[in-house]
Structures are given as structure tokens and as C-alpha cells.
Design a protein around this ligand. Sequence first.
Ligand SMILES: Cc1ncc(COP(=O)(O)O)c(C=O)c1O
Length: 422
Amino acid sequence: MNSEEDSTAATRSLSTIAVHGGKRTHEQPFGSVVAPVFHSTIYGFESFAEMRRYARGELKESYFYSRYANPTVAEAERKLAALEGAESAVVTSSGSAATFCALAALCEAGDEVIACETIYGGTTRIIEEVLGRFNISSRFISIEDIPNLPEIARERTRAFWFETPTNPTNRLVDLAQAAEAARVANVFSITDNTFATPVLQRPLGHGINAVMHSATKYLGGHSDVTAGAVAGTSEYIARVRRIAVLTGATLDPAAAYLLARGMKTLEVRVRASCENAMRFAQALRGHEKVSRVYYPGLEDDPGHALARRQMSGFGGVVAVDLVGGEAEAERFLDALKLVRCAPSLGGVETLVSYPLYSSHNGFSDEQLRAAGVSAATVRFALGIEAADDIIADVKQALNSIDFKNSEHRTQDKNNDVLSSES
Ligand SMILES: Cc1ncc(COP(=O)(O)O)c(C=O)c1O
């Protein structure tokens, strides 16, 4: 029996879908429980007649050339579609490739993309620099402006792109409100669900048209695979897949295997990371060297009520503003012993990053202000280690720094940003 024949599959919980979703038991030789990796780039036909049927699109599921389709890649796609509650999904060679394909499938010369200004910097650059070269224009709006999309959108506006929670300061977008505004505006809505994952929120259920992922983060989960994904209706995903196949943005089977394996433990990893993030945020709130903690799990956080409504957990990312600026951030990061400074998130290990020199490097002062990022901002992506060990490491690093003797003044964050940029 394969997963599609199992009539109870639809009612199963997310953790069960994560482990079993996407399987095709008949593809597993010798009754192996884990599907093998299909490295073969080519697939032969039994006969000329079979080749003709394939060419005419008459064979429902068959393989020909790995860039077009591959059994291991297909398993990862079925699993992600099941997790997001989508009709279909396509996986790509990176999150950035997923973003490009998702938008290229919607837009042609003369069209426009509207995006929130609080999205991943690489996405902004794809929209402005890459799509811009093909005469696809763009505008960036604030989260507060989303309800006004029907007035903001023009006749040629095709897509609205946003993230929730945002990086790094965890601002939230109301998914149902965004879906409705885009629907009234007659614009296709896409959200980057990398930070929340389907464990914490399933945007399609709120009326969002499609979901994109940097699967390099939580979906892969072990900081050892670069991948991306788009999930949505079968009709839309077929269009995205065509762009991915034609541009060679499809995923390699070895990477797809790691991705599918990572997704099996998605639920337990995300829950563990959320628990750690909550304890971490509570431990740093009120610390004398921390002026602000950004975490929607804290009851006084501006996003708390909305997070409770649309998410089943508050996420694994916590941002803080240190008392001080770049000099304090430098001393703090260099004093950490267990937590590594690296630019990603969503892996089993806790990481710290400095947005000014990573995700938001090169942003204008105005863009930084819109993103809520300053020279004092430090982002933590909590892993699944014991929270006490992470908190102890971060506290020793904070305490080892004599902030009073630093050459930087305190709290003049935006000036620090300006001086580092100029
Ligand atoms: C929210 C978000 N979206 C998209 C991307 C791009 O994904 P990738 O690095 O897999 O291309 C990233 C990468 O950091 C990200 O954080």
C-alpha cells in the first residue's frame, strides 16, 4: 500500500506526517524501511511505445532525466506538500532558487511585484536586481500597509510577497488579513514560511496562495544541506516546476535525501527549539546589558496576541538589542564559547548572528530602520541543546564584558549604523 491509498492519512497529526508523509513503499527494494537514494541521472524505457507515451505526457509517474524529475526528490516534495497541507510542492537547489522560480512563474515584462520591506535581504535583491533586469518592477511596503493592498496594487501587480515572523526582530503579519487584502487586490500572495515552518503555522489554511521555504534552515535541520521549496496548488506548482526544470534550479537527489530525512524530525526539533527560545528570552529580559528582547512568546511583545491566534508556538529565533553598539556586540560575540557565530538558523545547534554584517549587510540607513535593525542588534537561532547550557554561555559572555569602559556611547544605535555604513 502506498501513502496515497491510505484513507486515514489525511487525519494524521503533523509529527506522523513528518515521519511517514511522502513515502511510496512499492519503490523500496527488499522491503527497506528507508527509501534508497536514486542517484541515477537517467532512466531507460522498456520499449519505443513506452517512450512515445512518456513524450506525449501519458505516463502518470515515470522518470526520464533527473533534472526533470527524480524519485528521491519526489519523495521530499510529497512530504513537504503533506506538511504544508498543499496539493503539491516543488523542491529547488536553494531557497533563493525557490524565490526566483516562484516569482518568475507569475510575472512577465511589464508586471509588478509588491513585497514587504521586512523580508530577507536576498529576496529583496532577487526582486530588484534580477527581476528588474527583465522589466518587472517592484515596490516595498510596510507591514502596516498590507490592509491597503487593494488601493496600492495596480493593474499589472501580480504578486505580493511577505514573511512572518520577520528576520530578525520577529514582527508578525496577520496571515488571514494579508490573504484577504491580496485576494481583494487580485494579487497572488506568497509567504516565506522559513522561520515558522508548517509546525507552527500553515499559511495556505489562512488563504495565502503559496508558501516558499529556505529548506536550508529548519526543514533540513542540520546545517548540512542547501535547498528550497514552493508549495501550493497543483496548477501553480506545475508552472513553478517548469521554470525550475528549464533553468536547472531543481534539487540534487543526495540533497533531497538529506532534506527528507531532516523533515522526519521537524516537529520535535522545532518544538525543542521553541522551548529553548522561550527560556532564553525570559532569561535575557531584564539583563542589565540587554536593552530589548524581541520574542513574540513574551506577553508584552507587540506580536504576542497575533502569535497566539495564528501560530502554535513562538519560534526558535530571539533577537536582542545590547546596551551599546558595534563595539559591545564585537566583544560579546568574541566571548561566546559554545554558541557559534554563523549566518543561518534552523539547525540543531544554537547560532548567533550580527544582522548588520550578515542578513542586512549593505542595507541603507532607511532600510535598516524599517527592518528595526541597529548596530546593537544580535540574533540568536536557538538549537536543541539544553537551554541551561546556552543561557550560561550567553550570560558569561555578557558578564565578561565591561560595557561601561567601552569606547562606544550607549543606545545611540542608529548613529552606529550610519557610521558603519559611511
Ligand atoms: C527567510 C529566508 N528566506 C530565504 C532565504 C534564502 O535561502 P537560501 O540561502 O537557501 O537560498 C534565507 C536564507 O538565509 C532566509 O533566511
